[in-house]
Design a protein around this ligand. Sequence first.
Ligand code: NAP
Length: 508
Amino acid sequence: MPSSACIKLFACTFINGLIMSFKRNPSVIVIGAGMTGILMAKKLKDAGIEKVIVLEKKEKVGGTWRENTYPGVACDIPSHMYTYSFEPNPNWSNFFARGNEIQEYFENVVDKYELRPMIRFNETVTEAKFDNGVWKVATSTGDNYECDFVISATGILHHPSLPDIPGLDSFEGNMFHTSNWNHDVQLDATQSVGIVGTGSTAAQCIPELINSGAKVNVFQRTPQWILPLRDFSIPNFVKRLLGKFPTLNRISRASGKFFVEHFFTKAVTGHKIQRFLMEFFVKLNLKLAIKDPELRRKLRPDYQVGCKRLIINTTFYKAIQKDNAALITEGIDHIEPKGVVTKDGKLHELDTLVLSTGFDPLAYMRPMNLIGKDNTHINDAWAENVGVYRSMLIPKFPNFFLTLGPNTPIGNFSVIAMSEVQCGYLMKLINQWRSGKFDAVEPTNIAVENFNAYVKDGLDATAWVGGCTSWYLDAQGNPILWPYTWGRWVKEMRIPNDEDLQFASYTQ
Ligand code: NAP
């Protein structure tokens, strides 16, 4: 190396080292070791922040992929898109990766980047309280922590929603929610199984139940639109090519993103051509896949395509036409020890009842006791509406950051891509803290109001208000999604806007 280059390199390293030594080093608690918690831990570690603790309520990482082990569990986002940008995986077995493989991927990332020592397992955060510039965090093990930042990475869909059906607890057979699958239950032709719900989860597990030979009663309250994107196994030579030429992997990821953004996302956010195409394909799918006109009538939704999360599936329609399957559209009246009684008075006797009834997305970090400035409890702060700035910052909760909060562009996009953008934004704020710009940051009330109004403006054009109920809607019936393009969201999330934020200093 020429001597001038050596001198430059030495000078840069020296100056960087000097800057780092002047930078403050924050203590950070990340709640949850799922996809976002792992990502945040890695970003903090990469930034040289050493005082990071990830508190995980269970014994393993993986979040939703650890919890959901129901038969047929898979991702309906293309596998190469459902990976961290820094850790492409050329070895996915299928176009839509299976749940256990995704779980393995997250475990491998944690080991590869040596994040495990940062994680404390089997420790649930019970309370986080902001006290004069410091977050005081208490956990189920009786431990107490103090830190500068708390990052909630608790995911969106982690509180199972159990149906409010009279007599539910009186059922004498096996009963469980899909996110708590009982693998000890035998499924074969001698068994009679009922399943309540027909969402994305049910569409994946109903075909598996039916293929087990069991007699399966599907209790459908509302039918769903289904887009038939076929899964396929990825040949070994393709895996080898992707491993050898990482650019191919990046191209595969980028093309998946392009397709989802310019077809799926636009189809549900008011873009006419994409909406027309999506409607055309799902209606054609129903027509071609279901032979019996009466069954087709029962399976035809009466709301706009994309109003509920679009289901990507090619197995449900085939399975529901099998002799051991029955689609029951009569409403459920109550549940008895022997089975489900529908409104027509008929008892459907069952050995097993599966509840595929979704999750409560509005709980966010709760039931944790979250207390911000001036002793403000999160339940009081959110009593009327969930006020969050850019899906992440909450007024009166300085240095508490929510990830995948309300109005994140969830839907049929990769949540990993969303978390990468949000964690990048949060790292910018944390770096501002490190350089001494502030001790505590929170959004101004007006910034939250403006953000909510801005989001609300775009919602009328979306499919989510297209005449259905879904987990996308909050208590006031407003969708909790981002109504504009993915590109616009990414652009707006690049830099924290000083005028929307309130900075404070605390003398310790
Ligand atoms: P969901 O979409 O919320 O579906 C819940 C189902 O339960 C609906 O069919 C609902 O009927 C029914 N239901 C709820 N309460 C009921 C009651 N009291 N009586 C009768 N039916 C009742 O839940 P999910 O299927 O678990 O999916 C949730 C989300 O998880 C998805 O939207 C998706 O974001 C995510 N997910 C993703 C994948 C993936 O591959 N990436 C896979 C699975 C799940 P109504 O429609 O009438 O309310």
